[in-house]
Design a protein around this ligand. Structure first.
Ligand code: SF4
Length: 199
């Protein structure tokens, strides 16, 4: 079972396969893994102890950063992610990033961004679309049409407590839609990264 895997010089953490979205471009629809491992489908959600044991086998100083990403939405397991961040901070000085769909407030039915203060150094939020209607079509979240607004509110809250906040979109969008995403990101003073779809 793959809990930790590498992409370039980053160490990635795979804590869950659960996700409230079903993005049209999701790599999980066509592949079993990304990076240098065979399979990111988990036999079971790893316990805190299993994750820490996996970390203990690594030399964290050999990596540029630790990234919570994996084959699901890491913030579904908010408590575990926070505990693992605490362990990483106590045992290394490597920066920590979370890659998230930005729907954690809906997942947990409360505002959670403030809990990330001091725990993570960066967060990359999948913006996915320039407006709520397109977001619903592309990300297909189980929370429905209100999801996009919650994502935007989450990003605003993250700006107050996390040193680096980035939006990302995948290049499945049209040029005009990517430009609209860029305007939205600029208005929020958040940088936007356009990612290539994994084929
Ligand atoms: S949020 Fe990420 S893991 Fe979830 S469906 Fe979309 S691309 Fe896949």
């Amino acid at each position: 079972m793959t809990i930790l895997y590498t992409i370039d010089k980053s160490l990635y953490v795979n804590v869950t396969n659960a996700c409230p979205c079903n993005c049209t471009f999701c790599v999980r629809l066509e592949h079993n893994s990304v990076g240098e491992c065979d399979n990111l489908w988990l036999e079971h959600e790893p316990t805190l102890e299993e994750i820490i044991e996996a970390f203990k086998k690594q030399n964290l100083e050999a990596y540029d950063q630790v990234v919570f990403c994996g084959y699901g939405e890491p913030l579904v397991r908010l408590d575990i992610v926070l505990e693992v961040c605490k362990w990483i901070k106590a045992n290394s000085n490597r920066p920590i990033r979370i890659n998230t769909n930005g729907l954690a407030n809906l997942i947990h039915q409360r505002e959670i961004a403030y809990l990330l203060e001091g725990a993570v150094d960066a967060i990359s939020i999948s913006l996915n679309a320039p407006n709520k209607e397109r977001y619903l079509e592309i990300a297909r979240p189980c929370f429905g049409i209100d999801s996009f607004e919650s994502l935007i509110q989450f990003a605003q809250a993250c700006k107050k407590v996390i040193p680096s906040v980035t939006f990302s979109v995948v290049d499945v969008l049209s040029h005009e839609e990517i430009e609209a995403c860029q305007r939205l990101a600029t208005d929020m003073n958040i940088s936007l990264r356009v990612r290539e779809r994994i084929k």
